[in-house]
Design a protein around this ligand. Structure first.
Ligand SMILES: [Zn+2]
Length: 90
């Protein structure tokens, strides 16, 4: 009797273990899919800190708008020297 009941229990545990493994596997797959989706979304979004690039009217170097100097006529410069040089030039 003991042996049979033990085997029944073992079978139940084996089945439970299988179900648990299945659930665990599904959960892991779900997590992987979720993180993959996040990565894809991040790739689609513009990267943080990306901003308009402007061109220095004097030397033609490209620089972020926030780092550039500008004038009323909407020209951008990489430095105050270049702004001065360009404003002096005819
Ligand atoms: Zn420049």
């Amino acid at each position: 009797m003991r042996q049979t009941s033990a085997t029944v229990h073992n079978r139940v545990y084996a089945r439970l273990a299988k179900i648990l493994l299945l659930v665990l596997g599904l959960f892991i797959a779900y997590c992987i899919l979720k993180s993959y989706k996040k990565k894809v979304q991040r790739r689609d979004e513009p990267p943080k800190g990306a901003e308009d690039m402007v061109r220095c009217a004097q030397c033609g170097v490209h620089l972020p708008r926030s780092e550039s100097l500008t004038t009323n006529n909407q020209a951008f410069y990489c430095s105050a020297d270049h702004r001065r040089l360009h404003e002096r030039a005819p």
